[in-house]
Every structure is written in C-alpha cells, then in structure tokens.
Design a protein around this ligand. Sequence first.
Ligand SMILES: [Zn+2]
Length: 118
Amino acid sequence: MKHTCPRCKAPGIAGVAKRWSSRAVPAKCEACGGLSHVLASTSNGIWATGVVIVMLSLIAALGWHSPLFFFGGLVLAVACNIWAWKRARLWPISKESADKAATGNWLIAGIAVLLGLS
Ligand SMILES: [Zn+2]
C-alpha cells in the first residue's frame, strides 16, 4: 500500500516507510525523493491507544475468565492501529532538519549512556 506524498501528491511513500518514519528517519518519496514523516505525537498516540486496548481486554478476560475478550481486544487493537496509521498525516521535512534530529537523537543516546555508566 502506498501513501500520498505531502510534497508532490503522488502515491510515492511505502506503507512500511510511513509506519517507521520519524523526524530523524523520515520516509522518502519514490516519485520526487522528498522526505516526510509522521509526527512523534501521532505515532506515540497510536501505540498508546493499542496498549490501552490490549490492557483493558486483558483485564476483561481475567475478570470474566474468558480468553475471548483478550483475543477480541487484540483484533481491535490491530484494526485500530492499521486504521490510525492510514489516517496519520505525513509532514514534509527537509534533509537538514532530519540530519539535525538524527544528531539530536545520538546526543540524547550518548548522554543516556554516560548517565548509565556513572
Ligand atoms: Zn513526492
């Protein structure tokens, strides 16, 4: 499945590329080569919603002693995830901003490692 590029409006962005896109690792359009990404708040929200649905169905399954609730919840979480990713909006990003975001991530990772070592 392909997604519409926010730059050239052509369906040049692969579904997988969109799903894993972020500021640091944007998806690349096959038509125009432009970079775009899904906002971190959007992708975090999608994952959080999935986790909440699974947790609630787990509680329901345990409460009513029926694994069916859990499987139902899993199906719902997956369906919700697919639907939300389809709707998630892609935002264009420049190569420079993506590089800057990538450097920022490395800095944060480096600081985290240093803090972990000390
Ligand atoms: Zn494009």
